[in-house]
Design a protein around this ligand. Structure first.
Ligand SMILES: [Zn+2]
Length: 86
């Protein structure tokens, strides 16, 4: 599991009398497809298509991150000169 999936987020409970924050991770969204307040049980039922978009974004992010580290490695291995201190 990737770090981004485990990142903690929060949103306001939709019940105006409650005012508690709902804490969640993207991983929980993928798993449960809803967010529920632990205090009052109100919450949000999430759109499957939006969850799909979130997954796609996460995959794109991982691909970009992988490419970044690859490029960084390549940059050093392709360096023109090695500087040696005498
Ligand atoms: Zn609540």
């Amino acid at each position: 599991m990737e770090k981004l999936e485990k990142e903690q987020h929060s949103c306001d409970c939709p019940n105006p009398k409650c005012k508690k924050e709902i804490e969640y991770t993207p991983y929980e969204i993928f798993l449960k497809k809803e967010l529920k307040c632990k205090k009052c049980g109100s919450g949000y039922k999430l759109e499957s298509s939006e969850i799909y978009h979130l997954k796609t974004s996460l995959n794109d992010y991982e691909k970009a991150r992988y490419k970044f580290y690859q490029t960084l490695d390549k940059l050093i291995s392709n360096a023109d000169e090695i500087i040696t201190q005498k």
